[in-house]
Ligand binder design. Structure first.
Ligand code: FAD
Ligand code: SF4
Length: 476
């Protein structure tokens, strides 16, 4: 099954190379990156653990099918440029994915070495390659190869939204010489990569580097531009765009719908993280975006968003931060690594509790939240144990700030202003899965606006499929 030489087998048994990190007590006082990245020696040691399997299960576990043994072999041979080119064949944002993709449930979960030993640290190696490689020009940055064709002046495509789905479409088409204009509602491109995921997990400079390479290849970004308000999809097609890609995400917050949710001090995670990240409130007063100074903070939810909000509050000076979740830690959907880091940073997990109501003072400021104690019942349709209320058992938590991170949904603005666009009953846009095309010819969609809240890599996979279809049509 595997092509490893006996000496490699010995190396494979070596423990996984740990990631250097800022110590928890230090990093909780700053917004610098938690994980510091491998040194060249660490990367070589980890790359040597790969068995170079003939039938690599890791590739099947990667949503965009990166040639994982291929890039690791190039790295082990001391050729990060070739390693980068291999990754870039299928992944447009390796420095991003190497930092935030849930490898533990994808490629690393499938890694054959992981059956008897620890799996190869594929994500850490991907990040190392992306950070180590220095492109000579924008084309090489976007493709791994210095051979982008000249732009086709009269062939332009519009993308609405500038998250990973649209950025993938833009980068792929620009590298093939097709002109792309990206229209973004916020004042900076990047989507959740800049407004949601905090600096300590994904520095804005990493996203900025990708966007800069696209600009250099002729992609035009129009910010503060709301699709469905400033201009509609039919108007874009009338203006002469040969195709329109809708990548507007699913950023409309879901609320708890309990009494007191309008009190001062209760925020949606979306508002809180956008203010801190995109508005750079973490650098107040150097940046003039103030942020609410919660001291006893409660966060509702158990995904990456909840953990990001909790860890952000801790960094902004909160004395106590608790995550309230109605199931147990085992059922938390957040990445294991993030849960581990959050606990190291002193975030409390208040499991088996659900919020019932918020209480405020005479000025309308939040002072406490009433919680219902829960227990686990039988598994539901998702396979997770159903949370059940423990009748008559309550507790009250004193708090001056609450962040609601219990999910998001589709914003109906674009579908409503695009006559005839087919959506499902939750408002997500329907597409042909193989091509990404909607029921309207030459109108494509992908990412969270099609799947509901998912992952960076799945949004990029959708962008890749749509870009391949658009390019195939326009360059035929
Ligand atoms: P988005 O990233 O949401 O981008 C959509 C863009 O469209 C936004 O910039 C938005 O402003 C813009 N837009 C919306 N409406 C309009 C309009 N009408 N006109 C113009 N522009 C518009 N995934 C992971 O894989 N790993 C993680 O660790 C992880 N952590 C996360 C942490 C947080 C806090 C959040 C919120 C999400 C996280 N995710 C994570 C999920 C991941 O970021 C998303 O699945 C992914 O970003 C979806 O990409 P997208 O391009 O579809 O949409
Ligand atoms: Fe095999 Fe794991 Fe290496 Fe993939 S990463 S080739 S599955 S040892």
């Amino acid at each position: 099954m595997c092509a490893a030489a006996p000496t490699d087998r010995k190396r494979a048994k070596a423990p996984r190379t740990p990631m250097p990190e800022q110590p928890a007590k230090v990093r909780v006082g700053n917004f610098g990156e938690v994980a510091l990245g491998y040194t060249p020696d660490m990367a070589l040691a980890e790359a040597a653990r790969c068995l170079r399997c003939k039938k690599p299960a890791c590739v099947a576990g990667c949503p965009v099918g990166i040639d994982i043994p291929g890039f690791i072999a190039a790295l082990a041979d001391g050729d990060p440029r070739r390693a980068y080119a291999v990754i870039r064949q299928t992944n447009s944002l390796p420095a991003v994915c190497g930092r935030v993709c849930p490898q533990e449930t994808q490629c690393e979960q499938a890694c054959i070495l992981g059956k008897k030993h620890e799996p190869v640290a594929i994500g850490r190696l991907e990040r190392y390659v992306a950070d180590a490689f220095l492109a000579d020009d924008a084309c090489e940055e976007l493709t791994g190869a210095p051979a982008c064709p000249a732009g086709l002046e009269d062939v332009r495509v519009a993308c609405i939204g500038a998250g990973p789905a649209s950025l993938t479409v833009a980068g792929s088409l620009a590298a093939r010489g097709i002109g792309v204009d990206v229209y973004e509602a916020l004042h900076e491109p990047g989507g959740v990569l800049v407004y949601g995921i905090p600096e300590f997990r994904l520095p804005k400079a990493v996203v900025g580097r990708e966007v800069a390479a696209m600009r250099d290849l002729g992609v035009r970004f129009f910010t503060n531009w709301v699709g469905g308000r400033t201009v509609t999809v039919p108007e874009l097609l009338e203006k002469g765009y040969r195709a329109v890609f809708i990548g507007v995400g699913a950023g409309l917050p879901t609320f708890l719908n309990i009494p007191g949710e309008n009190l001062i001090g209760v925020f949606s995670a979306n508002e809180y993280l956008t203010r801190v990240n995109l508005g750079r409130a973490y650098a107040f007063p150097d940046w003039d975006t103030p942020v609410y100074p919660g001291k006893r903070v409660v966060v509702f939810g158990a995904g990456n968003v909840a953990l990001d909000a909790a860890r952000t509050a801790a960094r902004l000076g909160a004395e106590r931060v608790a995550i309230v979740y109605r199931r147990t830690e085992n059922e938390m959907p957040a990445r294991r690594e993030e849960i581990h880091h959050a606990k190291e940073e002193g975030i409390e997990l208040f499991c088996l509790h659900a919020p019932l109501s918020f209480t405020g003072d005479a000025q309308g400021r939040l002072v406490s939240v009433l919680l219902q104690k829960m227990r686990l019942g039988e598994p539901d349709d998702s396979g997770r144990c159903r949370p059940l209320a423990c009748e008559g058992e309550f507790c009250e938590l004193a708090t001056d700030m609450a962040v609601v991170a219990v999910g998001t949904r589709a914003n109906p603005l674009l579908p409503r202003t695009t006559p005839g666009l087919a959506t499902n009953r939750w408002g997500y846009i329907g597409v042909d899965e193989a091509t990404g095309e909607t029921n309207i010819p030459n109108v494509f969609a992908g990412g969270d606006i099609v799947t509901g809240a998912a992952t960076v890599i799945s949004a990029m996979g959708a962008g890749r499929r749509a870009a391949a279809t658009i390019a195939g049509r326009l360059l035929a």
